[in-house]
Design a protein around this ligand. Structure first.
Ligand code: SAH
Ligand code: SF4
Ligand code: F3S
Length: 467
């Protein structure tokens, strides 16, 4: 529970944030300046970048397509795996050369890597040419930081504090038809391999009234789809007093009448029957669920701290399939967790062969310093892990293709989002079950939900013609 004086302080701080925006808009301090944001990582980061872009444009900045044209370059970083780090430091290397030619360019690093102590130390030691580092808990303060930048490296990283800021519709959304909506921040699950609880802090839910207001407003503006965002949406509301559960929130959002509602991510643990009932009951809650498995071996699941067993996962999967008509289910799988044996891996393959997922994001375990799994011995070689990943992907792709083939000859409702990347004469969009479709149609239909004849099915996409 929050103490009354803390609530007061929070309100005051929010007012001050608002005040800074207004003052800076009037001052036009940054009019004509150009920004470039490079975003790594998950939907949360993508949505955070929308917030940063909105805040910058509110100050007078305009976006550019390349870092070479920008006055400020922001890297919104991800820390989930080692290669995410490598990509960021590779990009930073190129920016270092750019800064030599144009010293007035400001280089900013934010996002999950900024919350890692070791990264901040590395930046201080090896990359002092960066102008500003700020973390995941103080995005709303970027106007303040830009206004008060001093020479050299500015570090503004807050440890995992528990405030939720409501600073209004400051987002510059990438799409006019589909929108991300944060319902909660952080994660308390502490899966032993995962860095997110350390980079995003503990679970904090937004008040349902604020979420519903935001979605009503998006509907009013013509948005067709919202995706409710949280690292584990099932946990929504547990940190609030007298507010809704996730199932109740879903129902309230459905009643607002927006055409499509999605949510990510649901942990298999605490996926309640009530949630399944609500998903099945409302036509505007999309029949698509991302349900990360991680491993099929009870031994590994226990070491991962996932709080469910193989058979419990399969039972939940079957229950959802039975109660939600035509539902598509995708998953995440990690191979090569410390000392995963061939038997453990076969248990994972067994779940994949039982569930026949619509799709799976598969990863080789990556050691994250500071997590409990990083202290576990690991005798498995890189080659063995790569070989397992390869075997897993072959099976995953077979089922993904099989599931897609079932769509051939059917009519699907597709929300058209834009011009297809592969073929400019076509549009692309998604079915209710989140299948990507390349569609032959008039471009004027972009932004609408249309009936599409599916004429071809591939492993990762469908082809169709507007009926
Ligand atoms: N909150 C989500 C996961 C967010 S991270 C959930 O629990 O479902 C997205 C995915 O990255 C995870 O599902 C996991 O499969 C993968 N991942 C996380 N940490 C990892 C690590 N250390 N090595 C490899 N993959 C990892
Ligand atoms: Fe990471 Fe587990 Fe939290 Fe997902 S639920 S973000 S895997 S700690
Ligand atoms: Fe990466 Fe942070 Fe998301 S570590 S996966 S950007 S929460």
């Amino acid at each position: 529970m929050q103490l009354p004086d803390m609530q007061e302080a929070k309100k005051r701080e929010q007012k001050e944030v608002q005040y800074i925006y207004e003052e800076m808009k009037i001052s036009n301090a940054f009019d004509g300046k150009k920004y470039f944001i490079k975003t790594y990582g998950c939907q949360m980061n993508v949505h955070d970048s929308e917030e940063i872009a909105g805040l910058l444009e509110n100050l007078g900045y305009t976006p550019v397509e390349s870092e070479l044209e920008a006055d400020i370059i922001l890297l919104n970083t991800c820390a989930i795996r080692e290669n995410a780090h490598d990509k960021v430091f590779g990009f930073l290397g190129r920016c270092k050369h750019l800064k030599k030619e144009k010293p007035e360019v400001k280089l900013i690093l934010c996002g999950c890597m900024a919350q890692e102590r070791s990264v901040v130390d590395e930046i201080m030691e090896k990359h002092p040419y960066i102008d500003l580092v700020f973390g995941t808990h103080n995005i709303h303060e970027i106007p303040n930081y830009l206004m008060n930048l001093h020479e050299g490296l500015n570090i503004e990283v807050k440890s995992n504090e528990s405030n939720v800021y409501e600073v209004g519709e400051t987002y510059k959304r990438d799409s006019s038809y589909t929108a991300w909506v944060n319902i909660m921040y952080g994660c308390d699950k502490f899966c032993t391999y995962c860095i997110v609880p350390y980079t995003r802090g503990k679970e904090r839910s937004r008040k349902s009234a604020d979420i519903l207001k935001e979605i009503a407003c998006l509907k009013e503006k013509g948005y067709k789809e919202v995706t409710l965002l949280g690292q584990n949406v099932n946990a929504y509301g547990r940190d609030l007093e007298n507010d809704l559960t996730f199932a109740e929130l879903l129902e309230s959002v459905a009643k607002l009448g927006i055409e499509r509602i999605r949510f990510v991510t649901s942990h298999p643990w605490n996926f309640t029957d009530e949630m399944i009932e609500i998903i099945a009951k409302y036509d505007n809650i999309m029949p698509y669920i991302h349900l990360p498995l991680q491993s099929g071996s009870d031994r590994i699941l226990r070491m991962m701290g996932r709080r469910y067993k193989k058979e419990e996962y399969i039972a939940l999967y079957r229950k959802i399939k039975k109660l939600v008509p035509n539902v598509a289910i995708t998953t995440d799988i990690i191979v090569g967790f410390p000392n995963e044996t061939e038997e453990d891996f076969k248990e994972t393959l067994d779940v994949v062969n039982t569930c026949k997922f619509d799709g799976a994001f598969t990863f080789i375990y990556s050691k994250r310093e500071g997590t409990p799994a990083a202290r576990m011995d690991d005798e498995i070689t890189k080659e063995e892990k790569e070989e397992r990943l390869h075997r897993l992907n072959e099976i995953v792709n077979t089922y993904s293709n099989e599931n897609n083939q079932k769509y051939k000859g059917t009519i699907q409702k597709v929300l058209l989002l834009g011009t297809s990347e592969k073929d400019e004469s076509k549009c692309y969009g998604y079915t209710e079950t989140m299948k990507l479709v390349n569609v032959e149609c008039n471009k004027s239909l972009i932004g609408q939900i249309v009936d599409v004849d599916i004429i071809e099915a591939k492993s990762f996409s469908l082809d169709g013609i507007v009926k």
